[in-house]
Write a protein that binds this ligand. Structure first.
Ligand SMILES: N[C@@H](CCC(=O)N[C@@H](CS)C(=O)NCC(=O)O)C(=O)O
Length: 215
């Protein structure tokens, strides 16, 4: 039985799972799920995930799980060949978890809000100031550190690069953050499958932004 991933290539959290699966070395059976056609609201899909979000993973034994970061830690725990992406040492793992939760609760919600700028929405300066602070925290985590949770890349880099690359592609200026800029240049070359999985989707995103919001 295959491991199914319900996904859409344009969705950033779906690309977190695609990239992580590549690094973990696990093969996924990709099931394209068109949100515009409400394929995530069918009774069959709601049985798998009552929260009706993609990505949703259904393992070969029928176990289903959603939330991109919960999916990638599950895949690593079940199928990972070694623990370099998600260390077993409690303290090292805690640092990776901290970065994953930081992305889930601070960085990516801020980035999602700022993305409104590129859809022509007027943004609250206070919220944009708060995003700046969040980026400054990430820059501090990277001070003297090659990757976001230490000297080699982990699941946390995969999660965070999706947030940073989406915002950077939309035109958010990373130049004030010297450590993020250095890390971002490197991680794009480091992650297996990055070009195929993320670069192409970001080029499409850029084109969408260039065309502007639908009339
Ligand atoms: N925090 C979630 C976000 C998932 C999410 O919001 N996915 C969007 C697509 S990018 C979705 O499924 N939206 C449809 C819905 O919520 O009904 C994750 O990381 O997996």
């Amino acid at each position: 039985m295959p491991i199914d991933l319900y996904y859409q290539p344009g969705s950033a959290p779906c690309r977190i799972v695609l990239l992580a699966a590549k690094s973990i070395g696990v093969e996924l059976n990709l099931k394209r799920t068109d949100l515009r056609n409400k394929e995530h609201l069918t009774p069959e899909f709601l049985k798998l995930n009552p929260q009706h979000t993609i990505p949703t993973l259904v393992d070969s034994d029928g176990f289903s799980i959603w939330e991109s970061r919960a999916i990638i830690t599950y895949l690593q725990n079940k199928y990972g060949k070694d623990d370099s992406l998600y260390p077993k040492d409690p303290k090292k793992r805690a640092v990776v978890d901290q970065r994953l939760y930081f992305d889930a609760t601070s960085l990516s919600p801020g980035a999602r809000y700022a993305f409104g700028m590129f859809r022509g929405e007027t943004l609250d300066p206070e919220k944009m100031e708060s995003l700046k602070k969040t980026f400054t925290f990430l820059d501090t985590f990277l001070e003297g550190s090659e990757y976001v949770a230490g000297d080699h890349y982990t699941l946390a880099d995969i999660s965070i690069v999706l947030t940073v690359s989406t915002l950077a592609t939309a035109g958010y200026d990373l130049s004030p953050y010297k450590n993020i800029t250095r890390w971002y240049a490197k991680i794009q070359k480091t992650l297996p499958g990055y070009e195929d999985i993320n670069t192409k989707a970001l080029a499409e995103l850029k084109e969408m932004i260039r065309k502007g919001p639908p009339k």
